[in-house]
Structures are given as structure tokens and as C-alpha cells.
Design a protein around this ligand. Structure first.
Ligand SMILES: [Mg+2]
Length: 117
């Protein structure tokens, strides 16, 4: 990270949106679609590859990976802003819930869902 806070990054994407008068198009549904589409574009970079081939490909396509991760964050920051969700608080609270679902003593080293632990 470049050291910018979520608030600073949110202000940056809001400026980008406002300069283009795009807020009129950004309903929560459209932003959620954008979030999923951008995550899909990230997945598309990895589709049909695995193991060493995938690792090599991702290393070669580092800029494309960065761009899609940035697109995901862009949509996420706008959606969270518009829904008045503090992402930092939301993450902290969700990690507390997840820690209860996945106690370390049961889940460490396990790739299982909580109801299969
Ligand atoms: Mg994209």
C-alpha cells in the first residue's frame, strides 16, 4: 500500500466520480454488479491455468492483475461509501465473527468450512 487510508482512497474515487457526473448511474445494485464484474475479470486472468503455469502467467501479467484488483477496490469503496458502511469497522467486526466460527484449535491448517470442522 502507498500508505493512504481507506478514507483518503474513498475521497479519491468520489472525486473521480463527481468530475464525470457518474453518481447518477451508481445505484447500489449497479455498483454491486460492477464489484462482481471486476472480481470476474480478475478470475478470468486465472481461468484454465493452475500450478506453475498459473504462477508464471500471473507474474507475467502483473499489471493486469493490479488493474483488476484496483477495479475491485474502486467499486467496493464507492459501494461502501454510498451504503454508509465503514469498511474498517465492518472488517474488524466480521473477523470477530469469523474467529468464533473458525476457532484456531479446530481450523488451523484445515481447508474446511466451519460446519465441517
Ligand atoms: Mg476491470
Amino acid at each position: 500500500m502507498n500508505g493512504k487510508t481507506l478514507a483518503e482512497l474513498t475521497a479519491r474515487v468520489l472525486k473521480h466520480r463527481d468530475e464525470r457526473d457518474w453518481a447518477q448511474f451508481h445505484t447500489p445494485k449497479e455498483l454491486a454488479i460492477s464489484l462482481a464484474v471486476e472480481a470476474g475479470e480478475l478470475l478470468a486472468l486465472m481461468q484454465w491455468k493452475s500450478g506453475a503455469e498459473l504462477a508464471d502467467y500471473l507474474a507475467q501479467r502483473r499489471e493486469a492483475v493490479r488493474d483488476e484488483l484496483a477495479d475491485v477496490l474502486h467499486s467496493l469503496l464507492l459501494l461502501a461509501n454510498d451504503l454508509q458502511v465503514d469498511l474498517g469497522d465492518a472488517l474488524e467486526q466480521k473477523l470477530i465473527k469469523d474467529a468464533a466460527k473458525y476457532p484456531i484449535e479446530k481450523s488451523r491448517g484445515q481447508a474446511k468450512k466451519y460446519d465441517e470442522l
